[in-house]
Write a protein that binds this ligand. Structure first.
Ligand code: SAH
Ligand code: SF4
Ligand code: F3S
Length: 442
């Protein structure tokens, strides 16, 4: 054995990520933590020594995916008895031991606030199931960021958990109370990412614009954090998601006016356009307050592209409530939006409320989605003829083609044979396709 030979044999880790961007970030951090244990990522599940499913509990369908995927792992586990199977994320947090009871092939269950303990769990030096909300901060126990994949755009979690308790939502239970990471840690992680070639960072949190923390000169709000990040040399683009309307503070709106690196894009879930339903959802704002907020944001940054989330068929929703939602959508004009049929989640306040009939919800969802699709088309069409910044993230399928994101987060395909991944170039948009744009180097 030479001196530099690794002390541990290389093992292969397959991770499947469900749910939101925060899970994508967590999967990267878990991969890094397991990397320190000698595990490298594989794309081939059949070749893995460990399979880790990082799960989402937001809707029933999302949670059920875990069990069907676990069912499909049975033959592989039978063939490779040493295969380790781990369940992480929000289903792990919500269901804990129940997962092992239902699926005995699962070796490890780890919640979103305890995954720094995963290496010890795999070594057998910690319990098989760890889903507490620990006092210690997992970020203090994770290895420094390492490049698991060289990519010019990265996620950075700055805030976790939620104290808002919307009546339909599991997040306050699966992710726990709102916690903001300290300024110095965030700035250090951002500089680290930039040193590794990252040019665009999306700041993440379930309630990201509620971030606050002690910084130079006193308490900082989220807008002040963005100002500090905009001064990191080499960080060309900043985005953030997801925000609550009630936490759109003045300093954040001003950041959209003043900071060129802050991209003209905002995901601001509203859920419904009916005050009655917003109240039943415990959203703590009215439709009109949302509309006035949008006006102020557009005054600060007129070209900003707005996106949102909607739930249709929330308990008690009438045709009039649904019409109010459609009217709000017409009034705002969204770039795109996610819309979901309400899914009752155990443990949430709305769980036992009488449900809207399934076919009524289906029809409302279709109607809303048709309107949102028209708005998406119009927003994309409005980009044609404009020259926009595009950050190339990967080569396209056609030789000489690159794919990147515009300032407004649209995917743009560009003929650019001499370009590299990571180039930030000016592109003239020439065509709008169903879910992307086509452009030419300007
Ligand atoms: N923190 C964000 C989003 C969290 S979950 C916010 O405040 O909006 C992402 C989206 O899932 C939500 O915006 C909501 O539209 C949807 N969602 C959450 N719980 C749901 C449920 N029980 N049924 C259907 N959709 C749900
Ligand atoms: Fe869920 Fe509401 Fe918190 Fe968003 S703000 S994570 S919807 S409870
Ligand atoms: Fe799903 Fe948990 Fe994210 S429930 S949406 S993975 S915070």
């Amino acid at each position: 054995m030479t001196q530099n030979a690794p002390s541990k044999a290389v093992k292969k880790l397959f991770i499947k990520t469900y749910g939101c961007q925060m899970n994508v970030y967590d999967s990267q951090r878990m991969a890094e933590a397991m990397g320190a244990e000698g595990y490298v990522l594989t794309e081939d599940q059949a070749d893995a020594d460990m399979v880790l499913l990082n799960t989402c509990h937001i809707r029933e369908k999302a949670a059920e995916k875990l069990y069907s995927d676990l069912g499909r792992l049975k033959p592989l586990k039978a063939e490779k008895p040493d295969l380790k199977i781990g369940v992480a994320g929000c289903v792990a947090q919500a269901e804990g031991e129940e997962i092992v009871r239902r699926m005995p092939l699962v070796d490890l269950v780890v919640g979103p606030q305890t995954y720094h303990r995963l290496p010890a769990m795999v070594r057998g030096e910690a319990p098989r199931i760890v889903t507490d909300f620990p006092e210690e901060d997992k970020f203090d126990h994770l290895p420094e960021r390492r490049a698991t994949r060289r990519a010019p755009a990265a996620f950075l979690t700055v805030q976790e958990g939620c104290d808002k308790f919307c009546a339909f939502c599991v997040v306050p239970y699966t992710r726990g109370a709102e916690v903001s990471r300290p300024v110095d840690r965030i700035l250090r992680e951002a500089r680290d990412l930039v040193d590794r070639g990252v040019r665009e960072i999306t700041l993440l949190g379930q309630n990201v614009n509620g971030w606050h923390g002690a910084g130079e000169g006193g308490e900082w709000g989220f807008g002040r954090l963005i100002r500090a990040l905009a001064e990191v040399p080499g960080l060309d683009r900043i985005r953030y998601t997801t925000s609550h309307p009630n936490d759109m503070a003045d300093d954040l709106i001003e950041a959209h006016r003043d900071i060129p690196a802050l991209m003209p894009y905002l995901h601001l879930p509203v859920q419904s356009g009916s005050d009655r339903i917003l109240k039943a959802m415990n959203r703590k704002h009215t439709a009109d307050q949302y509309l006035r907020l949008i006006d102020r944001i557009r005054d600060a940054r007129p070209d900003i592209l707005l996106t949102s989330d909607f739930i249709v068929g929330f308990p008690g929703e009438t045709d009039q409530d649904h019409a109010d939602t459609l009217r709000l959508v017409e009034q705002v004009g969204f770039g795109t939006a996610f819309s979901f049929k309400y899914s009752p989640r155990p443990g949430t306040p709305a769980y036992d409320r009488p449900e809207v009939e399934g076919n009524v919800s289906d029809a409302r969802l279709q109607e809303l989605q048709a309107l949102l699709t028209r708005q998406q088309k119009a927003a994309q069409q409005s980009m044609v003829g404009r020259t926009l910044g595009v950050l190339f993230e990967k080569p396209g399928r056609i030789q000489g083609q690159m794919v990147g994101k515009s300032d407004y987060l649209h995917s743009v395909f560009v003929e650019a044979p001499d370009a590299q991944v990571g180039d930030l170039v000016q592109v003239r948009i020439v065509e709008s396709a169903p879910n992307s744009l086509r452009g030419e180097l300007a």
